[in-house]
Every structure is written in C-alpha cells, then in structure tokens.
Design a protein. Sequence first.
Lengths: 250, 309
Amino acid sequence: MIESPVLRVKDLNVFYKNNKSRFFSKNKKIQALFDVSFEMEEGEVLAIAGESGSGKSTLARAIVGINKDYTGQIWQKYENPQMVFQDPYSSLNPSKTIGWLLEEPLRVDKKKKWSRREIDDRVKEIMEEIELPLSMLGRYPAQLSGGQRQRVCIGIALMRSPGLLIADEPVSALDVTIQAQVLELLENLHKKHGISIIFISHDLRVVYKISDHVMIMKDGHVVEYGDTRSVYKAPQHPYTGQLLKAAGIC
Amino acid sequence: MNTKTLMYVVKRILLAIVTIWVVITVTFFVMHAVPGGPFIGEKAVSESVMKAMEAKYGLDKPLGVQYLTYLGDVVTKFDFGPSLKQKGRSVNDIIFDGMKTSAKLGLIAAVIALICGVILGSVAALRRNKFIDRIIMIITTAFVSMPSFIMGSLLLIAFAINLKWFPANGASKNGLVLPILTLSLYPMAYITRLTRSSMLEVLGQDYIRTAKAKGVSGVKIIFGHALKNSLIPVITYFGPMLAGIVTGSLVVEQIFAVPGIGRAFVNSITGRDYPLIMGTTIILAALIVIMNLIGDILYKVVDPRITLE
C-alpha cells in the first residue's frame, strides 16, 4: 500500500462499443482492458508504456471520464484530472482563439463562478507558466507552431489546477528539438507545483528520463510494474526486455 | 479585416465587373443574332410602320453603334431603356416591380431552407442510424433528386387542386406559399445532408474530445464547438444556393404564374423584348456574382484557417 495515493485503480475492465452500424447484427462490445490494478503516489510521475493498441489511451480515457463503460473501481483524490493529447494540430478547435480555449475550463467550472477579472488573471498566469507571450491570446490555433499548440494544450489542462495530469503521448507528434522543450516544460511544472503526472509514451528513452514508476502494458494487460530504474535494469517480463532491446537500451 | 482580405475583396469586385461586362456583350450579340424581332407578330405589319418603329427604338442603326449606346446608358445612367412590348414602361420599372416579388420569394425560401436544413441535419447526425435519421435521409434523397418543375407540379396537384389549401395562382392571396415551398425544398434537403455529414465528421474530431476532457457538457459541445465548424460546408453552399434559387425561380414563377422577375425574363425572351432581355440578364448575372462573392467572404469569417488570396 502506498501512503498517500492520488489514484487507485482496481480490477478495471474497459469496453468499447463497435460503432459501425450493421443491418443484421447487434453492435458487439470489445474489451480493451483486462483487470488492471495499480496505485499512484501523490506527486510522482508514472509512465505507462507499450505498443499502440495495448490499452494505454483507453486507461487514460477511463480515468478522465471520457470512456464510462467499465467495471471495477477508479478512486481519485482529486475530482478533476486533466488530459493532454497526442496531436496538438487537431486537439484545438480551429475556429476559436487561444484565449477563448484557455478560458473555457473556467467558464464551465461547476464548482466556482469565475469573475471576468479572475479569468483574465488566471489566463495571464498560465501563459507565463507555459512560456507563451500574451499577444498569442488573440490568435487562432492554425497560426501557432506544433510546439506552441502543445503548450496551449498543457495550459488548458492546467487552468483549473488539477491534482492529476494525464499526458497521452504529448510529444510524439512533435519534432525532436521541440519534444525536448515540451518535456522540459512538463518537468518544470512537476517540480514547481508537485503535480502528479501520468505520462503515456511508447518512447522508452523519454520514459526513463521523466518517470519515477513505469507500467508496461500489452494487449490490455499490465505485464510489468515497478520503479523505473529497477525495471530498466532487470526487467521481469520477457516483453519488457523486448521493448528495451528494440529501443536500444539494453 | 486585414489588408490582405481587403485586397482580395477589391480584386473580386473588379473581376465581378469584368464578368458582368462579358455577360452584357455576349448576350447582346447572341440576342441580335437570333432570327425574329420584337415587331414580328401574327398580324403582319407594313414595311413603313416597321421601319418607323425600328427607327424610334434605334434598331435601324448598325449593331456596333447600338451596343455602344446601350453600354453607355447602362454604365452612366443605370438606364436599361424602354420595354418594346409593354408600352410606356421602362425596363427599370419592370425589373423593380418583379424584384419586389421575387426577392420576397427567394429570401423566404433561403431562410426556410437554411433553418430547417441545419436543424434536420443536426438531428440526423445526433441520432445517427436511428429511425429518425433514416427517415430524414430517405426524404431528403427524394427532394434532392427531384427537379423543381416536377416538385412544383406535384405540389400544385396535391395542395392546390386536390386539397385546395392554397391557390394555384401566385398573384393571389397566400399564392406565394406553394412557390416558396417548391423553391426551398431542394436547398433544404441539400443543406440537411451537408450538415449531417459535416456534423458527424466534426463530432469525431480530436478537439471535441479535448472539450469533453475539459468537462464541457453535451449541449455546450454542440453549440460551442461542433455547430460553427460543421457549418463551414453549408456556408460555402450559401452562394450557389442563392444563385440556384434565383435561377430556380425562373421555372417556379412560370408554373405558379408569379409576377416576378423570372417570369418577366422568360416572357421577354419569347417576345424578343431586347432591352428587357438585357436588363433581366444583367440583374440576374449580377445577383449570382454577388451571392458567390458573399459566400466566399462568409467562408473566411467562419473558418480562420482560410486565407483569401
């Protein structure tokens, strides 16, 4: 047991509805996660790694509440986990300005009525955090670079000061140099605010650099979980070994 | 609006003027090349009378001179000349009177098509593959594939002759109901289908997922994020739709005997009323060009990613 958990997942099974319509057959449910259980300590960075289709994103969506079709338990210390998605090019509504998009989480906040002044102050604060000039608030997503857009996505996620941030492959769509900058931003935010981060990635080098614990997934199952350094030194499951070898790490 | 957009608009307006000039020139010479004339009727007119009439309206002069005189009057005085058939009325008067009815007809039809189309399309998208969606798709498919003269005739038989709910004559009281309905059904069905498909596309976009992750509720996602983006194809259809309604009304006004510009246009051709042919053609061409320009500018307004060049 962990002393002060921020997230506790027990026996989680997640299902998908096959959305394609068929005339003669009923929609079948597909199971994407099988009996996933883990705990996460407050203030740590937990990496979830595995190949595409292994269930990483499904797990993230279930935690955030986008996918509600599951059995098992998800307990969270804070109510509003936020998420940063992989593709910053398509994750922002093209017809809204950066300012509008940043403000939205506050406007839909059910717990607190934000005044105009408070919203403006918070937006300014966040723009400083994500290191973007205030002049960008009036621009549209298409006028920003990929790295800048991903900063905006991170900013949106931070607006309501979440206790848990889930970053789903946040840098895989970016150039290598930009990747480093965005990762640095995430690390700084983690150090400064002690925010707990679930970092989903298939890049095991990045995982090693950023995470305290790592969870390896395959076909909807957790095959390995542990302290990142120990897992990299002595992987228990042959699949983890394969992944590490493929990444050229051991 | 930035300078680039302004430059674009100015360029388009200049192009529009050129387009209308080409329309004037081509129509003028083709019209005169067609055999027959305004004063040839069932009753033969003596040669001297014919000569006198032609001299009165300047039809005896060489075609080039007539063309330049006409162009001069249109450009400097905005004067389309007198009607050859409707004695004592100028073409400007006839067009103005006809436009009052036609504009009412067209605008009401456009508004109905837009509102009903967007609502039906959104409903179909949100109830995708359910019963209501299938019904909407079947009906709109039928409407889209039916030309306006068939639609008009069917409505005429059903509502004017059999049910006797509305009059068949467009000039009488409530007479515009059936023509408006006829004109609006095609664009309405088209807009329904456009809205449905683009709404479905937008709802599957990543930024909708982002909005959900932010905690935005279902209704707010539709109105705040999905609707504006899914209306982009509808807006681009706006120009062609209005142009289609203008040309569609030529047929529809004829079916329901609506005293609009469309009927004036058709009658002017059969009667070889040269100035009226020219006047109505220029006005209709100008309308279509302007509608398309407005459509393109609206496109830019709803989608900031578009740069007009």
